[in-house]
Ligand binder design. Structure first.
Ligand SMILES: CC(C)(COP(=O)(O)OP(=O)(O)OC[C@H]1O[C@@H](n2cnc3c(N)ncnc32)[C@H](O)[C@@H]1OP(=O)(O)O)[C@@H](O)C(=O)NCCC(=O)NCCS
Length: 150
């Protein structure tokens, strides 16, 4: 069973390790720590049968939310963890009364683009040269939260 909870300082070692193993420009411990317990920011952990399996970060300005990072531990992929994390982020966005969520994703990242599309995010454009290591364009994707669902 997948359960979602807010991250705490005790999760930072695990979060740093996942960032370093899965991203060429990993978030630092300090950056991750700033996502925890700050107003307008969230860092959510997915646990599968009580074991950490993935995480998602989000922040917000006014009525706009931004998904900052998403990762599922390799051994838990393709088991619905990413989808559960996106659902949780959308739920949090509704609680914060946001109008939409946006994100950037490497244009070549087919698994992540597939996940976001499956959860209702729409491709809205390209941000040229957004990424380094390696240099790559970002696809911008957006999920609109319908007013009647707020
Ligand atoms: C992208 C990522 C978070 C997906 O996590 P996940 O837990 O495996 O996702 P789920 O099992 O919930 O998959 C949900 C849907 O996403 C899509 N998807 C996931 N992995 C996919 C893959 N390898 N290829 C194509 N589509 C994929 C599918 O539509 C899938 O639905 P399905 O299994 O019914 O076909 C994971 O691959 C990951 O951590 N990648 C490395 C980090 C990363 O790239 N993060 C995104 C940065 S923007």
């Amino acid at each position: 069973m997948i359960e979602i909870r807010d991250a705490g300082e005790e999760d930072l070692d695990w979060l740093c390790r996942l960032e370093e193993e899965n991203f060429s420009l990993p978030w630092t411990r300090e950056q991750l720590s700033h996502q925890i317990g700050e107003e307008g920011r969230a860092l959510l952990i997915a646990e599968s049968d009580g074991v950490r399996a993935g995480y998602i970060g989000m922040d917000s300005v006014l009525d706009e939310g931004c998904i900052t990072n998403v990762c599922t531990a390799p051994e838990y992929r393709r088991r619905g963890v990413g989808a559960a994390l996106i659902d949780a982020a959308i739920k949090r966005a509704r609680a914060w009364k946001l109008s939409f969520l946006t994100l950037e994703v490497r244009a070549s990242n087919a698994p992540a683009r597939g996940l976001y599309e499956k959860k209702g995010f729409k491709f809205v454009g390209i941000r040229p040269g957004y990424y380094e290591k390696p240099a790559e364009d970002a696809a911008i994707m957006t999920f609109y939260i319908r007013k009647e669902e707020l």
